[in-house]
Design a protein around this ligand. Structure first.
Ligand code: IVH
Length: 678
């Protein structure tokens, strides 16, 4: 490429191309190219921009990294107020809503509805002028919110320019699109995990994490947070008109704004109720939190006719799920000792149903969290659970305190072994330093035997506890010395069960290098990092000898991990443990080449969707395994999906895959492919 014009034309082409693929990926959820091709386009544009800074445009897709920090948020006025919704807590209240609608529209009107997931995030309005994003604000009091334009511009799924294919309705001259900004649950958990590591206060739920991330004066912080958005309506709109809510949603998607694919057009209120039931049953398996279903009268002329009350429209109702939050009383605060010696305060609660499960214990994370939230024994507290996350105490209801509540403090001695408890500088956790502490030994064995580690079936917490208390196990290496006779006479064991356990332990003797590394329970070495280390070094010996600098060379391995791995293998007790394990007959399979180094056609560049429940590992763990091998995991099935892995109760994703001719693997086939046996 020689002339400036040619370079400029190429950059223009790349910008358009990237925008188009963003639209396919975020709005239509139907990417036409894989990550590698997309990255190549972005990389080429970035290289050209670096070499030609004068040709960088303000709207280039490379510019989503953040903008100069603000002093404060400016007010953002909504020309049309952002209303809230009336809630319905049961079917009767939804039927009552429909009755009110009928009173206005007539008994015999054929009223259809749109039932949309009620996203549990925070509402935003985004203003587009002639298709260009010119402003964005939070809801605030409905009339005036905060101007968060730079922050919103860092969210990848929100287009800076509305898409126009030339066939459909062009973007209107002015459009205030309304939607919800949110964070996926797994992203919220990893954000919190890294905040805990960095000793920063934790977010109490994905909604707070999304709100905290969006309301940053420094938008580069927002840019680093994995925010998403779904759009569900409009405020002001000049130059376009819709006859139905359904048409509006389709058009928003056409313009490139992500719209929740789980919204449904319903011919009757009964259909809307059954969609509610369907979503309620799928709620825990969705990647994000929803707190109900918004049911809207579909026809917009009827919406206008119904009008609104002071704060909510008469044409919509929010049918809320039974709450994932509940109130209970703290009967006690106990302290649990984990495998790393970390002491975690846990609230013992008066049993309370939360989202269909009875909760009796909830984590309080660490002493600082207890202080910050000022949770006392005897307090009435709000408790929350979401998906399979450990329930947690959100806050105390301080208004009802009687004065008899007891303030908690960390014990000076370990509740398991009585050993000294210390809080190391720069850590938020207290730790028991006694390496022979039974609670730590139990925790370490539990981790060692668990899924994604040595996978020893049938070695549950109770049995481990019994074996440690009987001093049959002092470390994980003792597992491989256990004999049938050791177990037979223990309570709960018979000849057959003793035999089964011994066989399961023996069957775990040939782990992969990454599973073995993960099983050791080295701080900061989760299954993904273990995979990276195994792929890079290829043998346990090489990892044992690696210096901190060598470890840090691996993309994805930072200072903390490098330090932790090095310290683990320099400690004589750990070296001895690993030696003992190998002496006791553990043979690490290293015949497989480093997976990240070699191009593994089974996974590399493939788009994979998991659905249903896997028996051998969580979906997250499975995702980490295939991503480490170069695959991309997506949520929904399209013709671009290379394979669907279906666990138990797979649901509609499996059906869609079959319809589209996308290969569907059982868990067993998946595990075989992972092992490279296919
Ligand atoms: S419609 C006039 N649709 O719920 C209509 N709202 O209590 C107003 N929300 O702050 C909103 N998902 O942020 C609508 N599909 C959806 C929604 C939704 C979440 C939020 C919205 C608003 C709150 C209303």
């Amino acid at each position: 490429m020689t002339t400036k014009e040619e370079i400029s034309a190429r950059m223009d082409f790349l910008r358009k191309e990237i925008r188009f693929h963003n639209y396919r990926y975020y709005a239509l959820d139907a990417p036409l190219i894989g990550d590698l091709e997309y990255d190549a386009l972005l990389r080429e544009l970035m290289d050209l921009e670096k070499a030609n800074p004068d040709l960088v445009t303000a709207d280039s897709p490379t510019q989503r990294v953040g903008f100069p920090p603000l002093e404060k948020f400016e007010p953002f006025r909504h020309e049309i107020p952002m209303l809230s919704l009336e809630n319905a807590m049961n079917e009767g209240e939804v039927i009552e809503f429909e009755r009110r609608v009928r009173r206005v529209l007539g008994e015999h009107a054929e009223i259809d509805y749109v039932a949309e997931p009620k996203m549990d995030g925070l509402a935003v309005e985004i203003l587009y002028e002639n298709g260009f994003l010119v402003g964005a604000g939070t809801r605030g009091d409905g009339l005036v919110g905060e101007d968060v334009t730079p922050n919103v511009k860092t969210i990848r799924g929100i287009p800076w320019n509305l898409h126009f294919s030339g066939e459909r309705l062009p973007p209107p001259s002015r459009l205030a699109a309304r939607g919800e900004v949110f964070m996926d649950r797994d992203e919220f958990e990893s954000l919190n995990a890294s905040r805990q590591d960095a000793d920063e206060p934790l977010f109490s739920n994905p909604r707070n994490a999304a709100a905290g991330s969006l309301r940053q004066l420094d938008s580069s912080i927002t840019a680093s947070r994995p925010l998403k958005a779904y759009f569900y309506g409009v405020g002001l709109i000049d130059g376009a008109d819709f006859s139905t809510q359904w048409e509006l949603l389709q058009q928003l998607r056409e313009w490139g704004l992500p719209v929740n694919p789980l919204s449904r057009k319903c011919r009757t209120i009964q259909e809307a109720l059954s969609h509610f039931n369907h979503l309620a049953s799928r709620r825990d398996s969705l990647p994000y939190d929803i707190d109900g279903v918004v049911i809207k009268v579909n026809r917009i002329d009827w919406q206008r006719h119904l009008g609104e009350k002071s704060r909510s429209p008469r044409w919509a109702v929010a049918y809320k799920f039974s709450p994932q939050e509940a109130q209970s009383r703290v009967l006690d605060i106990i302290v649990q000792v984990g495998r790393t010696g970390a002491l975690t305060p846990v609230a013992v609660l008066e049993p309370v149903p939360v989202g269909g499960v009875t909760v009796q214990r909830a984590t309080l994370h660490n002493e600082d969290e207890v202080r910050r939230k000022d949770i006392r024994v005897g307090d009435q507290v709000k408790v929350r659970r979401a998906g399979d996350v450990i329930p947690e105490v959100i806050e105390a209801v301080t208004g009802v305190r009687t004065g008899s509540e007891r303030v908690f403090s960390m014990p000076a001695n370990c509740p398991s072994c009585g050993g000294e408890v210390v809080r190391l500088p720069n850590e938020s956790v207290h730790r028991c330093l006694n390496r022979s502490c039974p609670a730590q030994i139990k925790g370490a064995i539990w981790h060692f035997a668990g899924r994604g580690a040595m996978n020893i079936d049938g070695l549950g917490k109770k049995i481990i506890s019994l074996l440690v208390d009987k001093e049959l196990l002092k470390s994980v290496a003792d597992l491989y010395r256990l004999k049938k006779e050791d177990l037979e006479n223990l309570p709960g064991f018979a000849e057959k069960s003793a035999e089964n356990l011994i066989a399961a332990i023996a069957g775990s003797r040939n782990p992969s290098l990454s599973d073995f590394l993960y099983a050791l329970g080295i701080y900061h070495v989760g299954s993904h990092v273990a995979e990276l280390l195994a792929c890079h070094f290829g043998s346990l010996d090489a990892i044992r000898k690696a210096t901190e600098d060598e470890l840090k060379q691996i993309p994805g391995v930072g200072e903390k991990v490098a330090f932790s791995v090095r310290s683990y293998f320099s400690h004589p007790a750990n070296r001895e443990l690993v030696e003992n394990l190998i002496k006791s007959g553990i043979h690490i399979e290293t015949s497989r080449p480093g997976r990240l180094e070699t191009v593994d056609d089974t996974w590399n560049g493939k788009t994979v969707v998991f659905t249903g429940t896997l028996a051998s590992m969580t979906r997250q763990e499975a995702g980490a395994k295939v991503t480490a091998r170069g695959a991309r995991v997506t949520e929904s099935v399209s013709s671009r999906t290379d394979m669907v892995i279906a666990g138990k109760d797979p649901g509609s994703k499996r059906d869609k895959a079959v319809k589209l001719g996308v290969p569907v693997l059982t868990e067993e086939e998946f595990l075989n492919r992972l092992k490279g046996n296919v």
